[in-house]
Each structure stands twice: as structure tokens, then as C-alpha cells.
Design a protein around this ligand. Structure first.
Ligand SMILES: [Zn+2]
Length: 257
């Protein structure tokens, strides 16, 4: 087993968000008076907060105008209507098989690094490269990524092309324990979507808000976490709320303005 430890830096996350989200957004509106105190900045803020609120609702509860309505399934890993996640302080391992391509290994490392920055100390994820090509089933605080042939994918995921994840929760149905995810070996780890479910995220409707890998359902492949997703994750995981919080708790904490 090869363990790769990633150190998170909250400052890096803030600058990432600023440089790639706020600044282009602002420069877009600069011509319209983004920095003009009497200009439309209040209007811009309202749209931005509403967008963020809608994205948080879809990602964490599978509700609101951005929620996926594909075949009546909001894509949440459990049927609980509460915030589903690993408990605070968890040290989680994402385990990838020995035969993963170096490109996919780097991809998973980069995505997990983004998550650790967004978690800002709430929990940590380390990437472990297994010495096996067939990884043993996940134990507590593990998320595995398995590469299967077409027949195995059909059997486990009932899927002809996409990936899937089987998650396990405590009896309360919202505290994550572990998960095993599966991708077709001919495509490799083509997105980080299943690990998104593995940390408790639901689907976002790609036709309404095609931002980030959780909007990948329905045949649209969006490989990586988007700045908008990472911002939503950062907001929720640093809010001080505990796993199992309700949508009302999110409203009361000001996360859904
Ligand atoms: Zn999904």
C-alpha cells in the first residue's frame, strides 16, 4: 500500500475561489459597474447568493430548483432527508487499485486535494494506492474505487457505461461509514462523481445548472469538482453544523440565504 498524504491549506482555497470565480464574475460586470457602489452590485450579489443557495440545496438535500429529477431520483446516497456525511474529525482513505493509470492516479489525487482544502479541517481524505488490482471491500472510513469489466459492471451497477457507488450508513441513515465505487476498466476513472456521492452529495440537474461533477448524471460527463461545488462544500463543512442537520437547520444557520 502506498499512502499519499495531502496537506490542505484553507488560504489556498480562498485564493482559488477568488481568482477563478469572483474575479472573472466581477470583471464580467465591471463594465456594468460592478465596483460602483451605486451600481448593480446588490443585484449581482442577490443572484450569486440565490445560485449558491440553490446549489447547496441540490447537493446536500436533493431539493430545490437545481435538484435532479431524473426518473424521480435525486441521487442522494441515502433516503434520509438530512445532511449525509462522515462525522467531523474522520480520517478517510480513498483506495485505488494497483493497475490504475498514472493519469487517473494524478486525477484522483488532485480532486481529493481540492476536497481537503474545501473541508478546511472538518475531515481529511488520504489517497492510498493498493497493492491489489482487486481491492478488498471497504472497511470503516474507506472509499474504494474499483475498475471492472463490462459483465461485472452490469452485475454490480446495472449500468452499461457509467459508474456507481454502494455506500453504507449507520442506522440513522445519515452518518457515512464506507463505500465501494465502480468504474468500467475500459474507460478508467473518467470522473470524480462517485467519490462525490461517497462524501454524501446528491445529483444536480445538468440541464438547469451544469456546474461540476455532480451534474454528471444523465449521460453528461463532467470530470472534476467545480469551483461552485467546492465553495458549497466549504460553506457547509465549515459551518459548525453536525451531520444529520436538517434543511431547516441550514436555513437557520444562514447557509440558505
Ligand atoms: Zn450519481
Amino acid at each position: 500500500m502506498r499512502k499519499i498524504i495531502i496537506k490542505a491549506s484553507p488560504l489556498k482555497f480562498i485564493s482559488l475561489i477568488k481568482s477563478s470565480f469572483i474575479y472573472p464574475f466581477c470583471s464580467l460586470f465591471l463594465l456594468l459597474g460592478c465596483l460602483d457602489s451605486g451600481g448593480p452590485s446588490g443585484h449581482v450579489d442577490t443572484i450569486s447568493l440565490e445560485t449558491k443557495s440553490n446549489h447547496i440545496k441540490a447537493l446536500f438535500f436533493g431539493t430545490g430548483p437545481y435538484a435532479s429529477v431524473l426518473s424521480g431520483d435525486n441521487g442522494c446516497p441515502s433516503s434520509s432527508s438530512r445532511w449525509q456525511a462522515f462525522p467531523a474529525g474522520s480520517a478517510v482513505e480513498v483506495i485505488i487499485p494497483a493497475n490504475v493509470s498514472s493519469e487517473d492516479e494524478v486525477f484522483v489525487l488532485e480532486e481529493v486535494n481540492k476536497l481537503n482544502v474545501a473541508f478546511a479541517g472538518y475531515m481529511t481524505i488520504n489517497v492510498v494506492v493498493s497493492s491489489h488490482t482487486k481491492i478488498p471491500k471497504a472497511t470503516t472510513n474507506q472509499l474504494t474505487i474499483n475498475l471492472l469489466n463490462t459483465a461485472e459492471m452490469k452485475k454490480i451497477c446495472s449500468s452499461s457505461g457509467g459508474g456507481c457507488i454502494k455506500t453504507k450508513f449507520k442506522g440513522n441513515n445519515y452518518e457515512l461509514i464506507k463505500g465501494d465505487s465502480y468504474y468500467p476498466i475500459n474507460l478508467g476513472i473518467f470522473d470524480i462523481h462517485e467519490i462525490g456521492h461517497g462524501i454524501g452529495l446528491c445529483h444536480v440537474d445538468s440541464e438547469v445548472f451544469p456546474e461540476g461533477t455532480m451534474a454528471s448524471s444523465g449521460g453528461v460527463d463532467i470530470r472534476s469538482f467545480s469551483d461552485s461545488e467546492l465553495d458549497a462544500i466549504n460553506t457547509v463543512f465549515t459551518s459548525g453544523l453536525v451531520v444529520g442537520a436538517t434543511e431547516q437547520d441550514f436555513w437557520d444557520a444562514g447557509l440558505l440565504p
